[in-house]
Design a protein around this ligand. Sequence first.
Ligand code: HDD
Length: 703
Amino acid sequence: MKNDNYKREQKKIGDVKVEIGPQGQTHYLGDGSQPGMTTKQGTPVADDQNTLKAGQRGPALMQDFHFREKIFHFDHERIPERIVHARGYGAHGYFELDTPLTNYTTAKILTRKGQRTPVFVRFSTVAGAKGSFDLARDVRGFAVKFYTEEGNWDIVGNNIPVFFIQDAIRFPDLVHSVKEEPDRGFPQAQSAHDNFWDFASLSPETVHMLMWIMSDRAIPRSFRFMEGFGVHSFRLVNADGKSTYVKFHWKPKLGLQSVVWNEAVKINGADPDYHRRDLWEAITSGNFPEWELGVQLFDDDFADKFDFDILDATKLIPEELIPVQPIGRMVLDRVVDNFFAETEQVAFMTHNVVPGISFTDDPLLQGRNFSYLDTQVKRLGSTNFTHLPINAPKCPFHTLQQDGHMAMENPKGRVNYEPNSWGEGPVENRDRGYRHYPSAVEGVKTFERGERFADHYSQARQFYISQTDTEQTHIKDAFVFELSKVEREDIRARVVSQLLNVDKTLAENVAKGIGLESMPDAAPPARTPKMDLPASDKLSILKNGPTSFEGRKIGVLITEGTDASLLDALMKAAKKENALVELVAPVVGGVTTSDGKKRPAQQKLNGGPSVLYDAIILLASAEGAEQLLNEATARDFVADAWAHAKFIGYCHNCVPLLRKGGITESDEDEGLIHLESAGDMQQFIEKCRALRFWPREAKTHII
Ligand code: HDD
C-alpha cells in the first residue's frame, strides 16, 4: 500500500532545506555533509518526527523500536545530582611547574621545572541544587584534577581556607541544616533560614567559617577572581622519606573581586548562569583564566608551637607566619565539549594522591577519604566510573579489577590474579609504588578531639579585624540579612551570643540590625579566646584587589544617534586595558550612531541590567536620553549602578537620566565621571581599576 509519509517535496525555511509531508510534518534535510541518523544499534532511521501507528489516527505500535529506544534513553538521562556541590562548572587546562620542590617531595609533578600537566577544574556552589543560581551566598568549590604521569592527583578544595566543622561525622548534619528544610522543601540554595542558624549557633566550631561566609568571599564576582585552598594540612614526602607539612593555595592572576549582596540578589534573576557564562566567555574569547599555585611549608617544630592544631580544618596558618611560596601556574584554556560527560561525570576524590604526597590525621580529611569514593558509585552507578574518559588517568594503568556494570577497560588473556606463573598481568611496583607515610600512632581509642581544637573564636576575630571598614560593614549586613530571615528569636539571639566572643561592636551592631531587645550573654567558650592575634592583610579581599581593570566588563547604554567618537574612544581605551565592553540598547539589533554606522547591541536594555557589569557608561543622544526617561529599566540601570558603588561615566545628554535614577547634583562624587573627550575615556578606565567607589556606600545604605 502506498504510504504518503514517504512523499518527498523539498522546500526551504529561510535557507534551511526541508521536506514537508502531506500532513505538514517537516523533515530537516541537512546540508549534505551531516551523517545519517541511526538507532543506538546502528540501524538507519527514516522518520524521527512520527511514531509508527495503526492507521493515520490510530494507536501507537510497540513494534516501533526507534520510538521505544529514544524515549527509554530520555527517561534515563538524569543521574543523581551531587549531594553537595551539585551546581558546578568545569574547564580544562594545564598546570606548569616553575619552582621544583625536589627537597620536599618525590612527586614528579612537583619536581620537574617547566613540566606541563593536564588538569580539569570544577567550580561549584555547595548548598543549591543543580539548577539553582550562581550567586547564592555560599562557599565555592574549587576542585582540581591533575592527570599526572603517576596517576591522578585531586586537590578538592574551596574558595575559603577553613571549614565549618572539625570532624567528618558532623558533615551530614551540617549539610542537612543548610539545605532546604525537609518538611517544606525550601529555602533552596541559601543559608538564610532557621535550621542552618540553629545548627551553627549550637556549634561554636563553625564561628570562624561563619565570618568567612558572611563576608564577600561568599559572593565572588566570578570564578576567575577568587582564591582556592586545599584547606587541610597535607604532607609532602621526599626521597629520604622525610615529611613536610603543606597547605595549598590558588591565587588568581587578575586579583580578588566580589559583588555586593544587593547586586547578587539581582544578578540571580537577571542571569542565573552569571559565573558559568563568565568562565565560558573568558575561555572562548582567548582570555584564559590563570591562578598561581602556592604552598605554605612547615615542619613538626612549627606545628608543635603553633597556637592551634594543624590537623584542625577550622584554622588557617596566617601568611604572615608562613608566607605562601609560588611554585607554578594553572591556566584554563579549553571549555568542555559536553557538559554532562565532563563536568557532571567528573569524580573528584580526596584520596587521589600520587607518590610523594600524603595525608595527615586531620579527622575531616580522614572522613572525606571514605566519602568521595562512596558517593561516586551512587552518582555514576558503577565502580567502573574510572573508565569514563574524564576520570581515567592519562598515564598507563593496569589493575586486576574486572567486570561490573559498563566495564570498558577489559583485560585480555587468561590471567586475572597475581601472583601467577603465566608471566602475564601487572605486578606490584615495588620501587616506585605508593607508600603511605609511616606516621607513628599512639593512644587509646577515644571520641575526644585534640586539646588545641578547643579555641573556636580567636581566628574568627583575627579574620574580622583584618577586614577594611567596608568589608566589616558587609559582614555585619550579611549577618543581619540572614538572621532577619530566621523566624525564631532565640536562634537569632544565640548567633549574637556567639558573635560576642568575636567582636563586641559587631555583635551589638548585628543585635541592633535585627532589633534584638536585650543583649544576650556571650556563649561560654570552651577555651578563652585570644583577643590579640594580629590582623592579617591577606585575609581581606579589598586589600588584595587588582591593579588593573583587565578582564572586567563595562556596560554602555547607547541609543540612536549616540556620539560615535566617544564610543570609539571608549572601545580603544578598554582594549588597551584588556577590559570588555558590552553595548546595551533599546533593541538588540542595535542602533545607528552619529557617524551613520550600525552598531549591533549585545543586550536589550531590559535583559542587560547594570548588575551584570563592573562599571557603566551612559552615552545616549539627546533624543535617545529623553525617550529613556520614561523607561523603568533605564532608571534601574542608573540607580542600581549608583547603589552598588560602581563607577558611572556619562555624557552631558544623560544628566536628566542621572536625575531620574535618583542622583541629585549634591550627590555627585568622584565615582561619577563626566565624559566629553577621548582623553576622558582613558581616565575613566584608569579610575575603574579601583573597581568600586566604596565611600559612596555610606550615603546609599543606612540600614
Ligand atoms: Fe566535600 C563534593 C570540597 C568536606 C563529602 N566537596 C565536594 C566538592 C568540593 C568539596 C569542591 C565538589 C567536587 C566536584 O566538583 O565534583 N568538601 C570540600 C571541602 C571540604 C569538604 C573543601 C572541607 C575541607 N566533603 C567534606 C566532608 C565530607 C564531604 C567532611 C563527608 C564526610 N564532598 C563530599 C561528597 C561530595 C563532595 C558527598 C559530593 C559529590 C562528590 O563528593 O563528588 O562526597
